[in-house]
Design a protein around this ligand. Structure first.
Ligand code: CP
Ligand code: NVA
Length: 299
């Protein structure tokens, strides 16, 4: 079993992970030997703070071990993905990789005899969406019937949120510029489940939302588009005026790292409504649940 994108997981498996993550969070001592003797390889083409540190700490807390591999310091730069992954599988029990092209994570899983986790690619960020569903559930009590407004770039984080939320009955209303809409695969899935809508206007999307979410306007790998993007996105900034259109008790969410006073105003990310550090914390618990599940130790 792999976790490449949430489209591949049915809603009951996603719910199970959220439940297990809550349990692991509540009683970590019950899981402290859960992955004893197991090793995770963490392969990174891009930089990371949260994903790297939470997976590594998660493995330690489960009694296992994690190896950090910076792609550029490995011989993935010389050999084929297939050959290098087959070798990794001789040493480790599970692989997590952060890559540019989605095709690379597919190639890794295609060649791997071990489970593979997508730690972010240009199209998806499934671990983030799972952590965010746990945060939403904790903050709002239950998920079904909630409305999450995503404002900004229709990127990897947005795509995974649309799919993950739709599967658990949370309506996502996305506001993005026309030329930066979410991936069609994500949008169609959301539309077919009746849990997704798109608007060009942030105000329309945010109306009556339980949660307002944004992410960077320039994702890793898009640096050469910075000038164009910074011309188009300013009307999509989440600021106090926009937050005021959501429900009174709406929460503000961001996967981090944030570009303060670009996609989000300081006054919002530093407000009482902001749950961004809870989101970051929940990455740990949800990923411990994913590791247990993929290694057949979820009970
Ligand atoms: N949100 C997230 O994935 O953070 P990092 O890029 O720092 O891992
Ligand atoms: N959309 C961002 C998310 C970072 C966690 C990126 O891909 O750079």
């Amino acid at each position: 079993m792999n976790l490449l994108k949430l489209l591949d997981w049915d809603s009951s498996r996603i719910s199970e992970i959220i439940e297990l993550a809550s349990e692991v969070k509540e009683t970590p001592e019950n899981y402290s030997k859960g992955l004893e003797g197991k090793t995770l390889a963490m392969l990174f083409q891009k930089t990371s703070t949260r994903t790297r540190a939470s997976f590594e700490a998660g493995m330690t807390q489960l009694g296992g071990h994690a190896i950090y591999l910076d792609w550029r310091a490995t011989n993935f730069t010389l050999g084929t993905i297939q050959d290098e992954v087959k070798c990794l599988g001789q040493y480790v029990d599970i692989i997590m990789a952060r890559v540019f092209r989605h095709e690379d994570i597919e190639a890794i899983s295609g060649a791997s005899s071990r489970p593979v986790i997508n730690g972010l690619c240009n199209l998806w960020h499934p671990c983030q969406a799972l952590g965010d569903l746990l945060t939403l559930k904790e903050k709002k009590g239950s998920l079904k019937g909630l409305k999450l407004a995503y404002v900004g770039d229709g990127n990897n984080v947005c795509n995974s949120l649309i799919v993950g939320c739709s599967k658990l009955g949370v309506h996502v209303s996305a506001a993005t510029p026309k030329q930066y809409k979410p991936l069609q695969d994500a949008a169609s899935f959301g539309e077919n489940s009746g849990n997704y809508s798109w608007a060009e206007s942030p105000a329309a999307a945010v109306k009556d939302a339980d949660a307002v979410y944004t992410d960077t306007w320039v994702s890793m790998g898009q640096e050469q588009e910075t000038k164009d993007r910074e011309r188009v996105f300013p009307p999509y900034q989440v600021n106090g005026k926009l937050m005021a259109l959501a429900k009174k008790d709406a929460i503000f969410m961001h996967c981090l790292p944030a570009h303060r006073n670009r996609e989000v105003a300081d006054s919002v990310i530093d407000s009482k409504q902001s749950v961004v550090f809870d989101q970051a914390g929940n990455r740990l618990h949800v990923q411990k649940a994913v590791l247990l599940k993929l290694l057949g130790k979820a009970g």
